[in-house]
Design a protein around this ligand. Structure first.
Ligand code: NG1
Length: 494
């Protein structure tokens, strides 16, 4: 529950279950790296997992619920209060070099220079800002020493960024003696992650903090909350990485943040077309906000088949792109004025002169229906095969919508998905932001090994031959996962 305190465990088994021995070896490596660098043992460890989104893509920032599950892969942070700086190190030091930051919570995150330490600073700022927002006195900022190790593939749509931000926030909270609920941490880490330059929704942080073993979650927002979804017996989700890296922070102006802007402009133009004043239209931020306006005008026959929102979008928005000038005339404002003070959006405006509105809105309004539909199938009575084929169909529809209407697939994702389907996936779709990264496929438990072999043969063998990946590393690129445990503080004696 969102109102529960963050998990605190004193054994690795509580988090890692059967995989506890592997986890122990990993934590010992993290501890050794910590001791070698800082000359003392850490005070505590924190960890938070990556996630795979089963359905509900690109709708969290529009205020709609999504349905992810936490993965077993995670980011671990070993932390100690010492010194007068924030020293952030990584076990993989050659890939993620040591960074030092001041302890001032008001420092800026340097988005111009993408570096992995930015995620830590974002979390650090987030903790202090949250306390200030609550009006409670914050502890005095102190020097921290940190050693990080992550197993969530980066740029893969599995939320490696949320895993590090959440684990870092828990570390900062723990050493300062700050106790907060899971809901609070989910809320403030979602805001904090935006400091690295992506105007993301809150799905990843919510599931990273609130995930539970064996249970997927329907996550709703404003306020953030999560309800249990019990997946059908024998349904397994296989994650496969297309290995096309999608670096959201760097490509934001053409991909992720552009979509966020397009959705806002679509909401404004729709509001205007529904008879609202330019003033009101300009104040609307999300497609969810205009639902009541649409319902008021589109109840009755027009809403009968595809739903009121889709009917409204079909009728009121034109095909193809809207130019900047066209949107500015409609809303009666320069877009740079509309977004005054919003640095991420201003960067989007500087990089684009036209915006797709109709297709983006069509995707959002159809995708948000697939989320409760997926949950309802899981919760329904009936035989497992029927449930699986309904879930698979929803996943396939979601993928088609992401590809055709939201334009967030990629050549590699399409190729991988085709291989997944040919290998017997009941449903298969891109997961996370897209433009590269991973697919998630629904597979019957008994078919998982055969499925993975076929996908290795059909997609990954060529990459091994080309020397892009090592045969031995294939298990990192394609794996079956059950819903795993959410973020936690670990008080361990290693
Ligand atoms: P990924 O690409 O997995 O990090 C991103 C957003 C989510 C959500 C999905 C698309 C971040 C941190 N996360 O996920 O909030 O909008 O895209 O559904 O940007």
């Amino acid at each position: 529950m969102a109102s529960d305190p963050v998990n605190v465990f004193d054994s690795l088994a509580e988090v890692y279950g059967d995989a506890v021995e592997t986890a122990r070896g990993r934590y010992e490596t993290i501890k050794s790296a910590f001791v070698e660098r800082f000359g003392a043992s850490p005070d505590a460890y924190t960890r938070s997992p990556g996630r795979v989104n089963l359905i509900g893509e690109h709708i969290d920032y529009e205020g709609y619920g999504v349905l992810p599950m936490a993965l077993a892969v995670d980011t671990v942070v070993a932390v100690r209060k010492a010194g007068d700086q924030l020293i952030v190190c990584n076990v993989e030091a050659s890939k993620y070099p040591e960074k030092a930051f001041s302890i001032d919570p008001a420092q800026e995150v340097d988005v111009g220079k993408h570096n992995w330490g930015n995620y830590f600073v974002a979390a650090y700022k987030g903790v202090f800002e949250h306390l200030a927002g609550k009006g409670v006195p914050a502890p005095a900022p102190a020097g921290l020493q940190l050693m990080v190790h992550g197993t969530v593939p980066t740029g893969g749509g599995l939320s490696s960024s949320a895993a590090i931000v959440c684990a870092a926030a828990l570390a900062v909270m723990h050493v300062h003696g700050i106790e907060l609920t899971k809901g609070e941490v989910a809320e403030f880490t979602a805001k904090a992650e935006r400091y690295v330059g992506v105007t993301s929704g809150g799905m990843d942080q919510a599931i990273s903090i609130m995930g539970m073993p064996g249970i997927a979650k329907l996550v709703d927002f404003n306020p953030v909350r999560a309800s249990d979804v019990h997946l059908p017996e024998g349904a397994v989700f296989v994650v496969a990485n297309s290995l096309a890296i999608s670096n959201k922070a760097e490509s934001a102006v053409k991909h992720y943040n552009l979509r966020v802007v397009e959705c806002r402009l679509a909401s404004g133009v729709l509001a205007l077309m529904l008879g609202e004043s330019k003033d009101t239209a300009r104040s609307i931020i999300t497609l969810k906000e205009i639902e009541p306006l649409i319902e008021a005008k589109y109840s009755g026959p027009k809403a009968s088949t595809s739903g009121a929102q889709i009917a409204a979008v079909q009728e009121l928005l034109h095909d193809g792109a809207y130019t900047t000038t066209e949107v500015e005339e409609l809303l009666g404002v320069k877009l740079t004025d509309l977004y005054e003070g919003n640095a991420s959006a201003l960067r989007v405006l500087a990089a684009n002169d036209s915006y797709e509105l109709k297709n983006r809105a069509l995707h959002v309004y159809a995708e948000k229906e697939r989320v409760p539909a997926f949950r309802d199938v899981c919760n329904s009575e009936g035989d497992v095969e029927t449930k699986m084929s309904k879930l698979g169909a929803l996943m396939d529809e979601s993928h088609a919508s992401c590809r055709d209407l939201y334009d967030c697939s990629s050549v590699e994702l399409e190729a991988l998905r085709q291989v997944n389907k040919a290998a017997g996936a009941i449903g298969s779709r891109l997961t996370g932001a897209g433009w590269g990264g991973c697919t998630v496929s629904l597979v019957r438990e008994g078919d998982v090994d055969g499925f993975i072999e076929k996908v290795k043969e059909g997609y990954f063998k060529g990459l091994v031959k080309a020397g892009r990946i090592q045969e031995e590393a294939l298990a990192e690129h394609i794996f079956a996962s059950k819903p795993a445990s959410g973020g936690a503080v670990l008080k361990l004696k290693l």
